[in-house]
Design a protein around this ligand. Sequence first.
Ligand code: ADP
Ligand code: ZN
Ligand code: ZN
Length: 749
Amino acid sequence: MSEHSAGILRIALPVSLRRLFDYLPPKSIPAVKLTPGLRVRVPFRNREIVGVLISLEIESEVPADKLRPASEILDSTPVLSEQLMKLALWTADYYHHPAGDTLIQALPALLRQGYDLGKEVHNFWQPASNLDNQAEIALAKARAPKQQEAWELIRQHPDGISTEALRSFGFEKPLLRNLEKRGLVESLTKAPQYQMFYDHHPLLKSSPLVLNSEQERALEAVICEDQSFSATLLHGVTGSGKTEVYLQAIAHVLSQQKQALLLVPEIGLTPQTLARFRERFNVPVCVLHSGLTDRERLNGWLAAQRGEAGIVISTRSGIFTPLYSPGIIIVDEEHDLSYKQQDSVRYSSRDLALYRGRLENIPVILGSATPSLETLNNSISHRFRYLKLSQRAGVATPPQLELIDTRGQELQGGIAPESLHAIKDTLQQGHQALVFLNRRGYAPTLTCDHCGWLVDCPNCDAHLTLHRSPPHLHCHHCDYRQGIPNCCPNCSSIELSPVGQGTERTEEILAQLFPKTQVLRIDRDSMRKKHAFQETIDKIHKGDPAILVGTQMLAKGHHFPAVTLVVIVNADAGFFSADFRGSEKTGQLILQVAGRAGRADRPGRVFIQTGTPDNEQLQTLIHKGYDDLSKELLDQRRSVGLPPFSYMALISAEATFSQPAEEFLVNTANLAKQIIEVDNLGGPEGVLVLGPMPAPMEKRQGRMRYHLHLQAKTRKPLHNMLYRLLPLLEQDPLARKIRWSVDIDPQDM
Ligand code: ADP
Ligand code: ZN
Ligand code: ZN
């Protein structure tokens, strides 16, 4: 035990150890006051790494002669606010991940690497000091509307507006340089300002829609209160105007000089949503997603932290975005699985949003047409307020769902005669049809007609998918690729044929059947090129008759006014999945896809093709809707004690050979049982140990994978057990020979 008058720095370091580290202050007296949230560079083993100061202590467990001084304090002000530190530490604790690694992951990559924010030059633009009105007249004559718009904006900010803010309005450097050349504006650098940006000009660029009575009620419920923490589920059928409610709630928040954080599943897929926000508001909208460079990401992060950005739209990791003046958090499509991180810290950013809302004391809205059973259950038990939008907004009517029995039918490209007929009708009326197929590639696999051989992936327990453009076989699990064989490796027969339908094949057949109509395929393969997605979306928006063929990429959030028919090919397979969430996810997917039909003034039809039309859950979904299906599923989960009526942790282990991975989990199971006994964590309310068992795909990417489930009726005993168990696992010599992980509230079983 050592005492140190100058204080001891307790630091979170990005290492895999589940503890914090003590250091002495740097030898050269730092110029800044030591406060939690500063980055610190320290010697660790024989290198230097960047950590975050958690607290100042007087005593350390480490003997005085072993304590080393930190090398350098990197910041003058904390990079993480008190609330964000709390959020990150809570995340580490709840998801049982090392605190240092969790904290560091909350920072943008450049800050993790020690980037010196002190060097940051902050560029501003302001009206030129020797502005003469000839320049203004010249611009007006030049017919350069974009320049004109940028000039108007800069003119409204005599004290300067930052490059970052201008960029978020869509004005890039070259355009600003043009204005500079015209003698209208000049750039200058100054220290960053921390203030809400948009106090100079009107908030709204375009006027809000007149809400219908349900929307009105929802908006009032969300904004009428004192804007302290509340959790609300906004359950609105597809096209019911949830986004419009978000927009108006955000307008209210902005008018109070506060910021909004909107989480969305995937930004690349919904450029329209983004455009709607930019069109509505006269404030900088900062967008954060994985496609950004490290520098762009840092810029956005800083803009949010300084209060320059009024609205932050982000995918899951954006839950850690610093906000100068937080006002509201909205999680759109809250049921979407992409909110759950699938490696490292396996957090759910939907759940973190609720915790952050509580910490910052601001409202949180979870929106969905098909809420997760967890969220529905929370609103049934009144932990969340429940608001419903049951009708489509404007003049749109709900689409009509019909089951198409495919048994004994002659399918073409996977499509039933009745569906083909409906596609033809739709095109003749000048509308668009959407065919949804959750398989990309030409066909799910290739077989030998002679001996029945199927082409398998050498690294996974999976078949290879056949692709035609370009021709190859591809594993969608490990990315393995190979050429298409000329003959069967088993019997040398040359009669190899594709099995089943993929989007490429369906596209090909539809193009043959409807030679005069454009067939647009939208999946990850066809959208690989940089602007391909936007270009295809633009084509769809032109509204000419067309057939759209696509995967999930087409299902999410799009508003295609000309689509009046949706055909879902075999989406119901998921009702038979081994995953206990299979039915929930399938119901959600079917309704999300169905929701693309008839979103404008023309009513929509949805054909759901199935080989099992009598499936009860499918029947409930079609005839009674998602509310009834979700109630049935909740009842089932309750009766068998599955989440949300119990809590789960999944311990996974994988290795090149099964033996060490399985043995590790056998040891884990034994240790868990011992802890349950010693700590009295068993009994009906206690922890159950299930497994080990092979993962659903035992071999993947050349590794053998195993699962152990821990389950309990309440959270506490489960977490208490993990606090004891995990440090023991780290000491198991096998732990270093294999890869293992813990997943709390796992989504993929
Ligand atoms: P959701 O987010 O629930 O799918 P949106 O907010 O995107 O729904 O609304 C669907 C369509 O209805 C959009 O074209 C939107 O402009 C329109 N809309 C929304 N609210 C209204 C309203 N109150 N009056 C008229 N049209 C509306
Ligand atoms: Zn063969
Ligand atoms: Zn593979």
